[in-house]
Design a protein around this ligand. Sequence first.
Ligand code: GLN
Length: 547
Amino acid sequence: MARFIFITGGVVSSLGKGLASAALGALLQARGYSVRLRKLDPYLNVDPGTMSPLEHGEVFVTDDGAETDQDLGHYERFTGVAARKTDSISSGRIYSNVLKKERRGDYLGKTIQVIPHVTNEIKDFIKIGEDEVDFMLCEIGGTVGDIEGLPFFEAIRQFSQDKPRGQCIFMHLTLLPFIKASGELKTKPTQHSVKELRSIGIAPDILVCRSQGPIPQKEREKLALFCNVRPEAVIAAQDLKSIYEAPLVYHREGLDQAVLYAFRISSAPCPALTVWEDVADRIYNPEGEVNVALVGKYTQLEDSYKSITEALNHGGIANRVRVNIDWVDAELFESEDPAPHLEGCHAILVPGGFGERGTEGKIKAAEFARTRNIPYLGICLGMQTAVIETARNVAGFAMAGSEEFNHEAGKKRFETVVYHLKEWVQGNHKVEHKADDDKGGTMRLGAYDAVLMAGSRVAEVYCNTAIKERHRHRYEVDIKYRDKLEDGGLKFTGMSPDGRLPEIVERADHPWFIGVQFHPEFKSRPFEPHPLFKDFVRTAKDMSRLV
Ligand code: GLN
């Protein structure tokens, strides 16, 4: 049965709990243990699928089709363990489950209360698959003291009581602010945060303290004394130049040792860290750099494209180059010439997105890449805009567009080379959606097979003609335009197994021009870069040598 590590945060948010959890997962794996990581989010949305990326960063999609918190992306990138629907939950989902049961009469007339009904629902969630792994790491979103977080803190407190002693530990992440005037690291906010935790019955075993510099022995001892942890269990978490150094640095700081000690495990093997050493070596000793323009509409918040920027970094790791990302707001090109913005870049990436805003600019970016022979990777909406560009400028459909844009304008303006997909096949069954369905969870979501055309560039890149990639979209390129688009040079080289849904388009007359209907970025890892990103960055590297 799994041992449980609960990770909480205090003082301020955005301290990198997700990253610390993911790095700890990687360290435990490096010692030969199996792990699973989970995120429990106190907000009331049922899932983050309907949240704007500008609110909450990227929506991460799992193989089994869940729209989840971006921290699950960190978990996967560090551990390589594919996350599942059952690894992410929010208050919204918990309450909606409880209310469904109440309506069904499952509670047999009882009064439904936060304790025990909501807390039981949370505990049941935490337990799912507990026999499958050695360690289950559960991160609680937000910070201790948040009103909506209370049922989660209460649930993990109860959970640790329900389990035999020594089977659960608590790790708390805080901030040690540095006061310049006095030249001191301040421990008081951490003391208060631990006090808050203890007032709800949780005593942390390990403190991970974000600080600008190292933690002097005096402060370490003070924290240990006032927060009731061992001095060795006070772990410094300094800012890193690359997140992929985190497993090495946390190991040097003694995090995995502190975790093993807290569980009284004395016989753990030494961690095998060569994979991470190699990743760090490639990041810190690049042999060149490439500039990739990312033309999107959520460019004000880089977290909106987290998996894409990380997948590009992985492509850089594979090719031993540093990847510089030029963030370009697609809307700019609606009034300005793209040339001055894109001329210095070695490759252009147009990511996914929703709604019409910015799409004319993305179409201009695709045109620029096509006509100037600059490597182009279009992801989801970025594939759709590349198709619209060829349809308009090469295939003679001057009014080509997507049904998504017509819908927003409230009237039909475009010839819909991209249409609203309402039914498709998943495995052996048909999925259907109606136009007036709820917005949440009604997309073609999760991993689907695709068949690649032998001899195509993508088949060469993947070294395979059968792939499985994660999707998140409502609209789809209309196959009836295939012949005209192929005459225009845009070949359909990847299709759904039933041959109905275009999955990949590419140009044979171009150094590297690929559009994919799926999101390859979700499956890329630093130690196993995704083939498309690896090859895209390799081509950008070749371009950088030519310029
Ligand atoms: N908005 C487009 C669709 O729903 C693209 C989605 C995306 O880029 N993830 O098909």
